[in-house]
Ligand binder design. Structure first.
Ligand SMILES: [Zn+2]
Length: 199
């Protein structure tokens, strides 16, 4: 992702927020539908070896910081799930490939059921909920409330980030078939937003 120019990346903000994009030219201006699911990947530094135990990274701290700065705070704010995937040693990789992993068809059925729950409850998927609607379907208990507030203070979340985390927690609860998101669902949603916040 950071190989793109920063201004190109910034144009993603509008479709990620409102699901459409406004194109302006001299004579006209028009909106195009652009609701999308963004899936993106990046390395931890330009060479890709930052944090490697064998010390193979040759990047300077400045060049690594410049690389990460390509993604602005407002853009990151709009990316709901941000996870770090460490490299696996070859032996572990081979062992995992042969392990009894859950089949994709089983996971797909669970996703479909979660989506059906959302449509039945509120007539639209969680991502389209307004702040007020999100509050109505996420009545947290005291533990969940405290967890969310403390994470928001620690990471300096915007109101947008707060509601996006809450909607991810709602979705995790839907996947589990839980009537309301609990502290465990909130904790999982918070985990998905800390990797880049802590850099
Ligand atoms: Zn490097």
């Amino acid at each position: 992702m950071p190989e793109f120019d920063r201004h190109v990346l910034e144009t993603l903000r509008e479709p990620l927020e409102v699901g459409s994009i406004t194109i302006s030219r001299a004579a006209w201006q028009t909106d195009f539908p652009a609701a999308c699911q963004l899936v993106a990947a990046m390395n931890p530094c330009p060479c890709g070896w930052r944090g490697d135990p064998a010390g193979r990274c040759r990047c300077t701290p400045e060049s690594a910081a410049r690389y990460l700065r390509k993604l602005s705070g407002p853009l990151l704010d709009r990316i709901d799930i941000q996870i770090e995937i460490p490299a696996l040693p070859p032996a572990e990789l081979a062992a995992r490939a042969s392990a009894n992993a859950e089949p994709s068809a089983v996971i797909a059925a669970r996703v479909q059921a979660a989506r059906a729950r959302q449509l039945e409850r509120q007539g639209k998927p969680n991502r389209e909920l307004s702040g007020r609607e999100t509050d109505a379907v996420c009545r947290l208990d005291a533990a969940g409330e405290t967890l969310l507030r403390e994470a928001g203070e620690r990471f300096g979340w915007s109101a947008r980030a707060h509601y996006r985390v809450l909607k991810v927690a709602r979705t995790i609860a839907d996947l589990a078939g839980a009537p309301m998101p609990g502290a465990a669902h909130v904790a999982e949603a918070v985990q998905y937003r800390r990797v880049l916040a802590e850099r």
